[in-house]
Design a protein around this ligand. Structure first.
Ligand SMILES: CC(C)(COP(=O)(O)OP(=O)(O)OC[C@H]1O[C@@H](n2cnc3c(N)ncnc32)[C@H](O)[C@@H]1OP(=O)(O)O)[C@@H](O)C(=O)NCCC(=O)NCCS
Length: 164
């Protein structure tokens, strides 16, 4: 259903940007693409494109990456998942299907003990995806510039019920 990041055409995508991010869109896209490719090379996992069955073109992205710095109360070494679809592809179940697949990869091949998702409190559709995956709301915190964010977590099935 989804392919590796090598099929990802970064110049055709736009990203939600922080209002404080003053970089030009092309500059930001190139930096994100370099970071995503670098993450794949360094760690052997990363972002993947979502390609519906029978289609040729990507319609979204599903992410698996180390969280990195900037979120209060969260370790930069946490495994983070995320999802993004073209608006025309919303309400088809694609995000949940792709996110479930990336969780399988995270808990299987990558051996992540758990994954977190950061969701802006007003993003109900994204919170619903997290809930459909079985993620539990852990706490609310802030991002680098003080933006509020809710943290959801899913523990690897074999570790559920064990003390951390
Ligand atoms: C967040 C986002 C990915 C959610 O997309 P979505 O299409 O609503 O999510 P899903 O793939 O889980 O689809 C679920 C919907 O598809 C419907 N659906 C239709 N056919 C389905 C099927 N075969 N299987 C499952 N669900 C199906 C469900 O009923 C549900 O609709 P509802 O909420 O109206 O009941 C999308 O809104 C998005 O890309 N937003 C912009 C980027 C973003 O905010 N990313 C997250 C940052 S934290």
């Amino acid at each position: 259903m989804y392919r590796s990041s090598s099929a990802w055409p970064p110049t055709r995508w736009s990203f939600a940007r922080s209002a404080r991010d003053r970089r030009r869109p092309t500059e930001r896209i190139n930096q994100v693409a370099a970071a995503v490719s670098g993450h794949w090379r360094r760690y052997g996992f990363g972002w993947r494109v979502i390609v519906p069955k029978g289609a040729q073109e990507p319609v979204g992205i599903v992410m698996l990456n180390y969280l990195g710095e900037g979120t209060a109360r969260l370790d930069p070494g946490e495994f983070e998942i995320g999802w993004w679809l073209l608006p025309a592809m919303w309400r088809l179940g694609l995000a949940t299907e792709a996110a479930a697949a990336i969780c399988s990869e995270a808990f299987g091949r990558v051996r992540a003990p758990s994954v977190v998702a950061r969701v802006q409190p007003e993003n109900r559709d994204s919170a619903t995806v997290a809930a459909r995956l079985g993620m539990a709301h852990e706490f609310d915190t802030t991002e680098r510039f003080g933006e509020p964010v809710s943290v959801y977590r899913l523990v690897a099935p074999e570790l559920v019920g064990r003390a951390s």
